[in-house]
Design a protein around this ligand. Structure first.
Ligand code: XMP
Length: 526
């Protein structure tokens, strides 16, 4: 059955996944693929809507309502660079080229791209100079995000300039008749003030009916899972976070008690979290198994300080613990994981650079007795997962739970992980969360937590000199976790939390607030 969709052709840029998200925000189904001239049609990753090379014939078969060419690190003049086929612009569907995508479109259609000499990176002001369907209701002057070295110099035939910036005389151009649009800036990142409007306008230009919703996703997915798993057995690594919880409930809907959920307590969870997860999932139609593995993880992490190594160790140990549990459960057919879209992308899909290795991607080793990994949420972003959870009737406190990384407090403790440090960060974090909740401001925060810096400094407690740790408090606002702004927490809330932390948590004499956004920082500390 063909359905209304927008196709994103991926040229390897860092923000490409956000493009899919911006499209889906408009209730339009979207798939991301890399372009290939290979005759083999779409590869098998297509079902997940992710990655996967696609050739021109397959594109035609998909009958996209529109095509978006993403940004990327390449230059059109590098002979190794991938370029869109000219035929794409004759499909009679609107095309939006972003950054490298815009340059590639210009180049392929006979325009000229040149190096600007220096890299332009950051916010700048865009001025719309000509009426354009893409800029409908967009402010004449607005802030946009730039990240490029090359820029459009000469336009292809029948194109006109629609917007400029100080550095880019051609910040946006179009061929209105053929509905071809080129923008040098990145409308997909939230730093671009009018970005969402631009995507909404593009969706309108494509004539999409905006009818793809969470319910369609649930119905399709439960049906697919039933067909795929049938009478087989499935095993799910349940972390108690939104992702794996929603994955588990989707599965439990599809196959009930044929699903066993294993919850590994690696000792790096937030205060009281293990008990809370247990109390929620005991009530569902699935088998729930909890494993206390804190000691195992701690001994592996002894003397380890390098962040990536910590991540790798936690990931590997998780797999070992899980494997032991799986052995006791016996052979299963499917392994269920709550992997979501940003996990997949940040672990290095296609040509995008690897930022951090996420332990929940990549699958468990061959040793485990199962046939296949199933990742029912692989296509979704965090807030989309929450929406699906809500539609599945999960309790609001679980659906609204802030994300918690697989490696847990291990990546919120800078340096070696020890039982003392775990206790410090757990207690400080619990106080901080309590104070934010009491102030009623958690709803607007994407993620908020305490981290333990590895810095000790001098303080004074009563008449005594102290030499204790500094706790860093973090709170970010984000809808996609790929970019984030540091939240402005009211001073009295921060100061109350700080007071309580230094008074109630032994080993802390200083509390800092992290004001950095992402980029350049990441949300977690390691
Ligand atoms: P960063 O620190 O990369 O975090 O800005 C972005 C989001 O991802 C979460 N995160 C992880 N989640 N396994 C996970 O399941 C991981 O290894 C991991 N590392 C980061 C982080 O909490 C934030 O929501």
């Amino acid at each position: 059955m063909s359905r209304e969709m927008i196709l994103v052709l991926d040229f390897g840029g860092q923000y490409n996944q956000l493009i899919a998200r911006r499209v889906r925000e408009n209730n339009v189904y979207c798939e991301v693929h890399t372009l290939t001239t290979d005759n083999a049609a779409k590869d098998d990753k297509t079902e997940s809507g992710l990655g996967g090379a696609i050739n021109f014939d397959a594109i035609k078969n998909l009958k996209p309502a529109g095509i978006i060419l993403t940004g990327g690190p390449q230059s059109v003049y590098n002979p190794d660079s991938s370029l869109p086929l000219p035929e794409i612009f004759d499909l009679n569907v609107p095309v939006l080229g972003i950054c490298y995508g815009a340059q590639a479109m210009t180049h392929v259609l006979g325009g000229k791209v040149q190096s600007a000499g220096v890299r332009e990176y950051g916010k700048t002001e865009l001025t719309v100079i000509k009426e354009s369907a893409l800029f409908k209701n967009v402010e004449k002057n607005s802030v946009v995000w730039m990240s490029h070295t090359d820029r459009i110099f000469d336009l292809p035939k029948n194109f006109c300039v629609t917007a400029t910036t100080d550095n880019c005389p051609v910040a946006a151009a179009e061929n209105p008749e053929k509905k071809l649009f080129a923008v040098q800036f990145h409308p997909e990142v939230l730093h671009t003030a009018e970005g969402k409007k631009i995507f909404s306008n593009f969706v309108d230009i494509c004539g999409c009916s905006r009818s793809w919703h969470s319910e369609s996703f649930i119905k399709e997915t439960v049906e697919k899972l039933k067909n795929k798993i049938g009478g087989g057995k499935a095993l799910c690594a349940l972390s108690g976070g939104v992702d794996s919880s929603v994955a588990a409930v989707l599965l439990s809907r599809a196959i009930g008690k044929k699903l066993t959920c294993v919850f590994v307590d690696h000792g790096l969870l937030r205060k009281n979290e293990a008990a809370e997860v247990e109390s929620v999932f005991k009530n569902y139609d699935l088998n729930f198994v909890k494993i206390d593995a804190g000691e195992r993880f701690l001994s592996k992490l002894k003397n380890v300080t390098e962040p990536e190594r910590k991540r790798k160790i936690i990931g590997e140990e998780f797999i070992r613990v899980f494997e032991d549990a799986a052995k006791k459960i016996g052979a299963v057919d499917f392994l269920i994981q709550g992997t979501i879209y940003p996990d997949v992308i940040e672990s290095g899909l296609g040509k995008s650079a690897v930022i951090k290795s996420h332990h929940n991607v990549g699958g468990l080793p061959d040793l485990i007795d199962f046939k296949e990994i199933v990742e029912p949420l692989r296509l979704l972003f965090k807030d989309e997962v929450r929406e699906v959870g809500r539609h599945l009737g999960l309790p609001e406190n679980l659906v609204n739970r802030q994300p918690f990384p697989g490696p847990g407090l291990g990546i919120r403790i800078i340096g070696e992980v020890t039982p003392e440090k775990i206790k410090i960060v757990q207690d400080a974090d619990a106080i901080y969360r309590e104070e934010l909740a009491a102030a009623g401001i958690t709803k607007n925060l994407g993620q908020y937590f305490a981290a333990l810096t590895n810095m000790r400094s001098v303080g004074v407690m009563g008449d005594d000199r102290t030499y204790d740790y500094a706790i860093a408090l973090r709170a970010v606002m984000t809808s996609d976790f790929m970019t984030a702004e540091a939240a402005e927490i009211p001073w009295e809330v921060l100061s109350r939390a700080a007071n309580r932390i230094v008074n109630e948590v032994k080993g802390v004499n200083r509390v800092l607030y992290d004001c950095t956004g992402k980029p350049p920082a990441t949300i977690e500390f390691e």
